[in-house]
Design a protein around this ligand. Sequence first.
Ligand SMILES: C[S@@+](CC[C@H](N)C(=O)[O-])C[C@H]1O[C@@H](n2cnc3c(N)ncnc32)[C@H](O)[C@@H]1O
Length: 333
Amino acid sequence: MLWIRFENRGREMDNEWKPKSLPFLGELHMIGLKVHKSEAEAVRRKLLSMRALSRRFKSLRVGDYVVFPLEREVKGLGEIIHASFQERKRTPPEIEGKFDIIGDIALISRAENEQEIAKELMKRKNIRVVAIRAGHREGEFRKMKIRLLAGENRLETIHRENKCVFKVNIGECFFDPRLSYERREVAKEVKENERVLDMFAGVGPFSIVIGKLSSPREIISVEKNQVAFSYLKHNIKLNKLDEKITPILGDSRDVVPVLPGKFHRIIMNLPERSKEFLPIAEEKLADGGVIYLYSIGESPEDVLNDIHMRVLGVRRVKSYSPKRYIFRVKLTR
Ligand SMILES: C[S@@+](CC[C@H](N)C(=O)[O-])C[C@H]1O[C@@H](n2cnc3c(N)ncnc32)[C@H](O)[C@@H]1O
């Protein structure tokens, strides 16, 4: 039995003791930051960027609050308390940060000791397949060669994020679990009754997260890869968004210019080539509407270099290659 103590610093006996049944790994009584669950993700990111979050210990969830274990005291982000934190099961250092989890598939990058890593990952309850990237994403469908290493013989899985469910074959379609936060952030900006256009929809993660977390009037999702399109249709049903999302199979270059009406939000997640499609998107943008353009560059200046629309903001989303990043650029007229 592990006891969690909530203790307001400097105030005696204002403590809250809560029992929790957890397998004992090792625990430490240390300082933590208590925040409401609605702010938890934003605060977690902030703490990570400040290098103030202790990754060695698990955060606590008590009622509507989350308590993050801290490396050092921080000011202005929430209430500092003392609590007992449980140590995380450690990922062996040789595989730390080297894999993604998509549904029940662990996808590793490069590794000399791939069999050892696969064996280690297969010990996890949530992993049924271990696979390795066998090349870069290629072609207009951004597919990746993937080689199975261990577990079941399949690359199809069910992935959950942002209260949505996605069926995807990771060898046939693009899917990046690391964009989960990005999708949620974009979804939060979509206002009630807006029209949304997802020009490179893939299996539907942006469209579906927006449909689930916001209240747009309608979403049009265009995808050219026939296989990804089949998953897109399936995922729309799976998430009960048939009434909201209209999937269209085709090339955005042909489809978008003939779509009726204008759009308040246009998502352009085809980082390698999105800029080529910008004039088409701009034509379809409603007054005051926003384009979310994903593009690759070394710096924000590099990405903005040849863009002539009004820039509302730039965010570095993730790294792409050693010196280059994917940026999200918000544009308006
Ligand atoms: C980088 S992926 C992004 C997919 C999805 N938005 C996501 O976040 O997972 C780009 C997608 O655009 C599709 N695509 C590429 N060229 C296209 C075009 N001209 N028209 C429509 N879709 C296209 C690809 O097949 C791929 O699924």
